[in-house]
Design a binder for this molecule. Structure first.
Ligand SMILES: [Zn+2]
Length: 313
C-alpha cells in the first residue's frame, strides 16, 4: 500500500511519458522524419542537395553518408538500414556505393530510384587518353561522378521531382516547379563554367582520383586521374611515373587533390614536377559543419581551375 503512487504522481508520470514519446516521435526515431513531411533517403551529398532543392519544405531528407567521410566505401549500420526501410523515396546511384546497392536490393523495393537511369553514364575512359597509354583499365565500370556536370544534375533534378510527385501527389506541382528553378540555377552555373574555361593555355587537369570525367566532358578538359574511379585504388609506381611525365608534357602548374582523401599522392607528383597542389573538390560529400553547398563548391572549383589552366575570361 505504501508504495502505490498517488493519482497525482501517476498523471505526472504519464504526462512525462507522453512528452518523451512526443519528443521521440519528432526527433529520435530511425528516420528522424517529421510526420507531415515526405521521408526521403539520399545515399550521398549531391543527391541530398537535389532532394532538398526539389523537395523544399515538403520533404525530410536523410543523407546516408556522413559529412567528412568519403562516400565510395560507405558502410551502413542498422539505423541507416532502418532509414532505408522507413523512407518513402530512396535516391541512390547504382555502382557508386556497393553497401547501398546491396541494402537497396534487399530493402528498397520500388521506393528506390537509381539516378543513373536519368542520365546515361560515361565509361571510365572518357576524358584523357593518349595513344599507346593505359588508362583506367583497372575499372571496367561506368563513371558514377555525374553530378559534376551541372546540366546532367539538372536532368536528375527533374526525374527526382517526378519520383517525389509519385510518392506525394499533393505536392507534385511544387516539385516540378522547384526542379525547373534548380535547372535555371544550374544553367547559370554552366554558363559561368563555359565562359571561365573558354580560353585557356592548358586543358589538362591532373586529379587525385578520376572523379572529373563529366566536368571534363562538359567543358572540353582532359582529365589525368592519378588513381582510378575510386579514391582507394593505390597508384602503381609506373602509374605515378606516367602521370608525372604527362604533367610535365602538358606543363601542369597545379596537381589537384580533394577534400575527403589524403593529399599525399598529389603532393608527391607535384614536388616531382615542380607544380603546386590545390583543392579541386569532387563534391562527394561536404566537410563537417560546412556552410557550403553544391553551388558554392562548384564556384570555388572554377575559381581554382581558371588560374591553374591559365584561362582568360
Ligand atoms: Zn569518386
Amino acid at each position: 500500500m505504501r508504495n502505490r503512487p498517488t493519482p497525482r504522481a501517476v498523471v505526472a508520470a504519464a504526462t512525462a511519458a507522453i512528452a518523451i514519446g512526443a519528443l521521440t516521435a519528432c526527433g529520435d526515431d530511425a528516420s528522424g522524419a517529421a510526420p507531415d513531411k515526405l521521408n526521403v533517403v539520399a545515399a550521398f551529398y549531391p543527391l541530398q542537395f537535389v532532394a532538398e532543392k526539389v523537395g523544399g519544405d515538403a520533404v525530410h531528407v536523410n543523407n546516408l553518408a556522413k559529412p567528412g567521410a568519403e562516400p565510395h566505401d560507405l558502410e551502413l549500420n542498422a539505423s541507416q538500414v532502418a532509414q532505408i526501410v522507413d523512407a518513402k523515396v530512396v535516391l541512390y546511384l547504382k555502382g557508386f556505393q556497393p553497401a547501398v546497392d546491396e541494402a537497396v536490393e534487399q530493402q528498397g523495393g520500388d521506393r528506390a530510384f537509381d539516378v543513373s537511369t536519368a542520365v546515361p553514364l560515361l565509361g571510365p575512359s572518357a576524358g584523357h587518353s593518349h595513344e599507346g597509354e593505359e588508362h583506367e583499365e583497372e575499372s571496367g565500370g561506368k563513371d558514377p561522378h555525374v553530378w559534376l556536370d551541372p546540366t546532367r544534375l539538372a536532368t536528375i533534378g527533374e526525374k527526382v521531382a517526378e519520383r517525389l510527385g509519385q510518392a506525394d501527389p499533393d505536392h507534385a506541382a511544387d516539385y516540378t516547379a522547384r526542379a525547373a528553378a534548380l535547372r535555371s540555377d544550374l544553367d547559370t552555373l554552366d554558363k559561368e563554367y563555359a565562359a571561365g574555361l573558354k580560353t585557356c593555355e592548358r586543358r589538362e587537369i591532373v586529379t587525385s582520383h578520376a572523379a572529373f570525367g563529366y566536368l571534363a566532358d562538359r567543358y572540353d578538359l582532359e582529365q589525368i586521374g592519378i588513381t582510378g574511379l575510386t579514391p582507394e585504388d593505390e597508384p602503381s609506381p609506373r602509374r605515378l611515373a606516367d602521370v608525372a611525365a604527362e604533367a610535365r608534357e602538358h606543363k601542369a602548374t597545379t596537381i589537384f587533390f580533394e577534400t575527403l582523401v589524403s593529399p599525399k599522392v598529389a603532393e608527391t607528383i607535384a614536388s616531382e614536377v615542380g607544380a603546386k597542389t590545390a583543392v579541386l573538390d569532387p563534391i562527394e560529400g561536404l566537410q563537417p559543419d560546412s556552410s557550403d553547398d553544391y553551388f558554392s563548391v562548384m564556384r570555388k572549383n572554377l575559381a581554382v581551375l581558371e588560374p591553374a589552366l591559365g584561362c582568360t575570361a
